[in-house]
Design a protein around this ligand. Structure first.
Ligand SMILES: [Zn+2]
Length: 216
């Protein structure tokens, strides 16, 4: 990824204007509905599309998702080349590199929608639950990666005990990431949200049904 303005859609304007946040949500919903219904993918991965995108990109949503191989954002939203700007880490939490990537998508590419997407049976959230319930420790960078999820597990445990802890912690973890992006004291994220040109929403993906359920 070239971090120059030429990479954004500011010069030759090969793209139409960005959709509104709600229009972007409608597009994602339509793509997910087609995926759930097992309809053939309409995603544009053609040569023409590739050539158009060689002049710049204009993704209509930024996805903060989990690295889990079963939760590929382009597949479950039926998105083609150049449509989604994606940050993926196990457990869908972001560090400075992830936050910088999100800010870049908003500042340079004017993405109108950020989606934080958790999923059922998330291994990273399950591991954070094991830290809480079994005092488990994880080696290497895995422990540090999971650490930010622990507060979500603790909140889920306080709210509802140990039954369905992982599934409830998945939702709590998404909610916290959404809140972090909604309140992060960075003008390039705060300002467009204030103006209504950017929305941050959370969702949880169901592995078996393929359905993305939006939170609140
Ligand atoms: Zn996961």
């Amino acid at each position: 990824m070239k971090m120059t303005p030429a990479n954004a859609n500011t010069d030759s304007k090969p793209f139409p204007a960005q959709p509104t946040p709600d229009e972007a949500l409608v597009r994602l919903n339509a793509g997910n509905a087609a995926f759930v219904a097992d309809r053939p993918m309409q995603a544009d991965v053609s040569r023409d599309r590739r050539l158009a995108l060689a002049r710049g990109q204009q993704p209509f949503a930024t996805l903060v998702g989990c690295s889990d191989s079963r939760v590929g954002p382009e597949q479950l939203f039926g998105a083609g080349l150049g449509e989604l700007f994606i940050v993926r880490t196990a457990g869908n939490n972001v560090d400075a590199a992830g936050m910088g990537s999100i800010e870049y998508s908003v500042m340079a590419l004017h993405v109108p929608l950020i989606v934080v997407l958790g999923h059922e049976q998330c291994g990273a959230v399950a591991a954070a639950s094991e830290i809480v319930t079994q005092d488990k420790r994880f080696p290497g960078s895995i422990g540090r990666m999971i650490e930010p999820i622990v507060p979500a597990v603790l909140a889920a445990e306080r709210a509802g005990g140990k039954s369905d802890l992982v599934d409830r912690a998945v939702k709590e973890n998404v909610r916290r990431m959404v809140e972090r992006l909604q309140t992060f004291s960075e003008p390039m994220l705060i300002e467009p949200q204030r103006k209504g040109t950017l929305k941050v929403v959370g969702a949880v993906y169901s592995l078996a049904t393929g359905e993305v359920r939006w939170l609140d």
